[in-house]
Design a protein around this ligand. Structure first.
Ligand SMILES: [Zn+2]
Length: 314
């Protein structure tokens, strides 16, 4: 097998209900799901199930109820479609009344939410991870407050746009998960897909799932940065509404060339253009150059598991 591992599409790697026959034994999480990804050909079936053990936030069992069943009965997670191993949370206990993305449920007939999805839904699991990464955090902060890169065996970063540029041009060794939050308001991890190739890989940009072909992304980024170097603003690149001052600065020939190149991307690959524009750098002129700032090494997390109660929800 190549470095890129399995060449199945991210969607194709997702398990289907018909492919699973796990017994409902409420003992421990299924080891096949949480085994090191490179140690077995069987990969986690969802992004949350890939990422949760990587950052050490599972096991995350539901509390023992005063009455009724502790675990949801369904074998598949309502939210991500991954296996619950029979130890998922009852759906109503895992999701708050404010949860509004019911139309995004992967298995609408399920009554269970897997422990990784439940863990990523709460701020209580985020706070110790943020502390280890040295990130700014606050009482309401949660996983939704940052973008995330998860890569086996233990890499976790919360990149900003410039770091995303590096990651998209040179992704980590698969498998990995890329989640770019634009609003910092939405729970995104369960929406993401696990990447299995460095050349063609899924990127979750807010709620949009993009399949990025790396060479095409590089071409788009090159064109965007050339446009920015010529004086185009991000908004003009995305909308095609040019500021008269920018047009005058370029002059008619350069403006026509720049507008024509960007227009083609806008028409054919608008989401890729948005991604490239988001992470693009504006080349600095000699007058505006500042001393190079040292780039901090990628933050990594290799943590013990936690077992915290659900304090904050989506
Ligand atoms: Zn799940």
């Amino acid at each position: 097998m190549s470095e890129d591992g399995c060449r199945m599409s991210a969607v194709g790697c997702r398990k289907t209900a018909n492919a699973l026959t796990l017994p409902l034994v409420p003992t421990v999480l299924p080891t096949s799901v949480f085994r090191h990804p490179t140690a077995d050909i069987r990969l986690p079936s969802s992004a949350t199930q890939f990422a949760a053990p990587l950052v050490g936030i599972v096991p995350y069992p539901p509390p023992v109820p005063k009455r009724g069943d502790r675990y949801g009965a369904s074998a598949l997670c309502w939210l991500c479609g991954g296996e619950t191993g029979g130890v998922g949370w009852p759906r109503d206990a895992a999701l708050p009344s404010t949860f509004a993305s019911h139309n995004e449920a992967a298995v609408s007939s399920s009554d269970a939410v897997c422990q990784p999805c439940a863990a990523f839904a709460v701020g209580a699991t985020w706070q110790p991870v943020a502390a280890r990464l040295g990130l700014k955090t606050w009482q309401q902060a949660s996983w939704r407050s940052y973008s995330h890169l998860f890569a086996a065996p233990s890499q976790h970063e919360c990149p900003g746009p410039h770091r995303w540029r590096e990651i998209l041009l040179e992704p980590p060794r698969p498998p990995f998960v890329l989640i770019i939050s634009l609003s910092a308001q939405k729970n995104l991890v369960f929406r993401a897909l696990v990447a299995h190739s460095r050349d063609t890989f899924p990127v979750l940009m807010e709620t949009e799932r993009l399949i990025v072909e790396r060479r095409q992304f590089r071409r788009c980024l090159t064109d965007v940065e050339a446009a920015r170097a010529a004086g185009a603003g991000r908004e003009s690149i995305l909308t095609g509404r040019w500021h008269p001052a920018a047009m005058a600065k370029m002059g008619p020939p350069l403006f026509r060339t720049t507008d024509g190149i960007i227009k083609r991307w806008r028409r054919t690959e608008p989401q890729l253009l948005q991604l490239a524009t988001h992470v693009s750098r504006r080349p600095q002129t000699e007058q505006t150059k500042r001393p190079e700032q040292p780039v901090p090494p990628p933050a990594t997390v290799s943590t013990p598991t936690t077992n915290m109660r659900q304090l904050e929800l989506f």
